[in-house]
Write a protein that binds this ligand. Sequence first.
Ligand code: BGC
Length: 827
Amino acid sequence: MSSTDTTSRRTAGVDDLVAQLTLEEKALLLEGVDSWRTNAIPRLGIPSLFLTDGPHGVRMVRDDGGAFGVGDNRPSTSFPTSATVAHSWDPDLARRMGAAIARESRDFGVHVLLAPGVNIMRNPLCGRNFEYYSEDPLVSGAFGTAFVQGVQGQGVATSVKHFAANSNEDYRFVGDSLVDERALREIYLRAFERIVRDARPATVMCAYNRLNGTFCSDHRELLTGILRNEWEFDGVVMTDWGAMHDRVASLEAGCELDMPGEVAHNRAAIIDAVRDGRLAPEVLDEAVRRMLRLIERATPDAASPAEPHDPVAHAALAREIAIDSGVLLANDGTLPLDAGAPAGSLVVVGELFEKMRFQGAGSSLILPPEVVTPKDAFDARGVDYAYARGYRTLTAERDPALAREAVDAARVAETVLFFGGLDDFEESEGFDRTHLRLGEPQVALLRELLDTGARVVLVLFAGAPVEVPFAEELAAVLDLALPGMHGGEAAAALLFGEANPSGKLTETWTRTATDASSGADYDRGVIARYAESIYVGYRYHDAAGTPLAYPFGHGLSYTGFAYRDLDVRVVGDRVEVGATIANTGGRAGAEVVQLYVGNNDGAVFKAEQELRAFAKVPVAAGAEERVTLSFELGDLAYWDVAAHDWVLEDGEYEIRVSASAADIRLRAPLTVDRGHTSRSPYPAAVDADYATPPVGIPASFPTLLGREVPEEDRSGRLTFETRLGDAGRSFIGRAVLGAVLGCVRKEFRAAQAMPDSAERDAKLKSTHFVVRMMPSMSLRSLAMSSGGAMPYGLAAGLAEIAEGHPLRGIRRIFGRRRAATADRPTT
Ligand code: BGC
């Protein structure tokens, strides 16, 4: 049978079902139930879909009783987080990791994996950067594409998230990301575009926030204009959990599935709107058709039952990825260490040595079947070391006795290995950091350890950049990021030179948070002005000349690499760049070769250079390899806001083959002569303000944006959309926040009371995440995400009362609720 026959038969089947579904059933089909499932329609044999997080393992919730269902999960392999995997610069690892997670998903009966997260790391303070790949869209797109292909290749659907411009956690539920059209296209949408075009994900998850004034769930230009019409996305758009804003507007915008669902008001809204003619039945039917096609695509047929997965192979893969992703940030030759060094010469300090932080907190939290800490890995190797805990995680208080013990041990040591980093109370989904510093107990202890005169090596576990204290005095710094459940093996293998570090950063490490490219307006309020426009990360720092801790693309090795023999050829529309990479040392290693293109000096403002290709090249000791990197000439185009299209400007560009954004090894000119002379589409004021990366918020930002920047309401009043934590002047605001916090704090305290175990840690992290996140929620987002616990009518009524309309409020609370509840069919 030809594929056309199959397609038309399927369409007929879908059309047939649409014809048989009642209006109520259609509304039901487009929302979730029980947090992780969609509604089945048993009468017509339509099954329910099972969706679960991602992205670093399968978070299969075992018991839904925990706060927001983050409590109790079935064990599954905990892989390194996305930000860690990206440090490998090897997208094939993301592909293999995706395939492994998909095999576990199928084993658990999961149909849709809620992953990958491909938002751009706009600012290092974002609490969720560990779940994203990079500040650069090419890296994010390459890893996201490979991950989706890996998962979907095993027959499990993916959900690429969070679409779009969700760059902070503190304001994610109500925030308005003001992004100019060009930055949106070149930076924030580009990874999504590549993944949709190249990997055809089954679903896309829209973000909580507003984008230029419109909530993403209602954003027609985003979801239909760009995603479907331009990029030809043919899957389903679902909301993030509780991101629905207006159910009818969202259907018209192209958002089909409302998750986690069970919002009676939303079902009633669909039904009422169709009945009274505000929503065309064809719009609803098209959404239902897409949903039915997803169900067909994502539910495996009985002929291909799930193969049981191989936990040992998956653990080995997690370990391999962690090793390939470790980044040696600095080294004076102290590393690698000698595993057989004389007794007493090596002292290990830091609780993270025995209680490794291997993943981030929030919706991606995995319960692994086992964890191999650095201590386990050292002991397995029979390494002779003394250990002092030095500090405790999950507390801001110093423990003087522990610190003293560590300093005393260091006095007689030659080398101190200090295991430091962030804990889950400092960095998590649900809230942002306010600075990049390590905890005070760690910083103070490091100072004292350095003062003993021992050589101090810092080993870091953190999901995002930190300020490295006393960097110039440290002998070496090894960043393992969040390396998954076998991260301890990676630490030992890299520290003792069994493996040669080959990871490089996919985000810039600035010296302080204020140095970040978006430092001028990050987490200042609901209105987020993306005033830096296209100058994100290295695109900013290269031209601004910011003194950095470690530049984008940086990472050392135990060997050295020389670059030579650059060769640039233009073949049709492709540019092919060859270079020879020679290993100049005595160890085998792998070099991440980065190809930046220096932009033309035309009339349109541009970043100094942009990453256009990369490759990780293994080279044996003393040997050399020829590498070829290539890109399309069209990749050099900028988004022209007058033409609303990509434009490739004529001019002189420069090919730069580099070891990092700041370490250019080979250069060659590239002339583009395709007939598009350079002409700025911007008013003169914008050109003047943006010729170089802006400092602060330029006066012409509203002109660049094409709209006025809205005034922010900082009155402390409560409205339906106010962050509860910002409604301090409203009694109702305080009461609602107090009530929800009361419940989740109780769970947090219960976790605190548990005996010390991995399970306790997981519970602590997940409940703390909810406690910290609650003040960021609004009455609407509570109603949309609570699975009916906070009915929409109650939330809307409370807002009316808080705004001084008590009668209207009471009517909302009692009237609508009854009508909407009555609409739920009993099947
Ligand atoms: C997160 C999503 C996640 C969902 C379900 C949300 O809070 O933003 O990334 O997939 O919860 O857990």
